[in-house]
Design a protein around this ligand. Structure first.
Ligand code: ACM
Length: 268
């Protein structure tokens, strides 16, 4: 299975320019087309909102003629590649607005996941997702989805793995330094592939503390190997081959199985 992680540097609010920038990055991809493309959290809007109104104004809907430009971009990319595409964008439903990830396959919208665990000021602009934690059937086995800060709630990765996810598409806007190393443990303890797409660059808006995004988009194997990792400052297109079936083996050593040895009766 061929995976591409996109690491871009969006300028806040310049959705059309940011989408053109990602399209330019994707021109450099090798043949054959990828089976899965993962793009960062809020990859075309930018991250550092300063009001709920701003989040509402940049949010997109899927309804009829009002389907927004980021949705159209993801839809078109998935039609062109014939594969899966997962990317983050703000989504509006009625008077609610979510930090979401859209999942397309072959030009069709398959799912929208609304981020469950909002980080810092996001709590002021966005509504929390209400689940379920998504696991999507693909021709390569099940794909889990989580967004950025969700990773620091180990229950999320564990739930996705228990639901059968072999690989997890993980759009992020990481600013904290320990994400790239931390995800190695998430991959190992669940024996799944972790596919994390981050952005680079800086944002300083509206008197909020400036944010520097740490890039380092990466593919981690169920055994904890970093199969590919991008730089912490440059835009990148990270291509990687994975064998999702490796995630079916939940042993960490010959007689030690992370799933069989669980004791859920002790955990509540
Ligand atoms: C984050 O959840 N964007 C850190």
């Amino acid at each position: 299975m061929k995976v591409i992680l996109v690491q871009n540097n969006p300028q806040f609010g310049k959705v059309a320019d940011n989408l053109s920038g990602v399209a330019r990055l994707l021109l450099d991809r090798s043949e054959p087309d990828p089976d899965l493309v993962v793009l960062p959290e809020l990859f075309a809007s930018g991250y550092q909102f300063v009001s709920r109104k701003e989040a509402m104004d940049l949010a997109e809907t899927t309804e009829g003629l009002t389907r927004g430009p980021t949705f159209v971009f993801l839809e078109t990319l998935s039609r062109e590649t014939g594969g899966w595409v997962v990317g983050g964008l703000p989504v509006r439903r009625g008077d609610r607005v979510f930090n979401s990830a859209a999942v397309f396959h072959g030009g069709e919208l398959k799912d929208i996941y609304d981020k469950t665990h909002l980080f810092e000021a996001e709590n002021r602009w966005f509504d929390c997702g209400t689940g379920p934690l998504p696991v999507i059937e693909t021709e390569f086995g099940k794909m889990g989805i989580m967004i950025c800060f969700d990773w620091l709630f180990p229950e999320v990765s564990r739930t996705l793995a228990l639901k059968g996810a072999r690989f997890v598409a993980h759009p992020v806007n990481w600013v904290l330094p320990f994400g790239p190393q931390g995800m190695i443990l998430r991959a190992v303890e669940n024996r799944v592939f972790m596919l994390t797409a981050n952005r680079v660059g800086e944002e300083a808006r509206g008197g909020l503390p400036p944010l520097r995004y740490i890039g380092s988009s990466q593919v981690v194997s169920p055994g904890g190997a970093i199969l590919a990792r991008a730089s912490d400052t440059e835009e990148a297109l990270l291509e990687c081959e994975i064998d999702p079936a490796l995630a079916d083996d939940k042993t960490v050593a010959a007689e030690s199985d992370f799933f069989r040895q669980r004791r859920p009766e002790l955990y509540s």
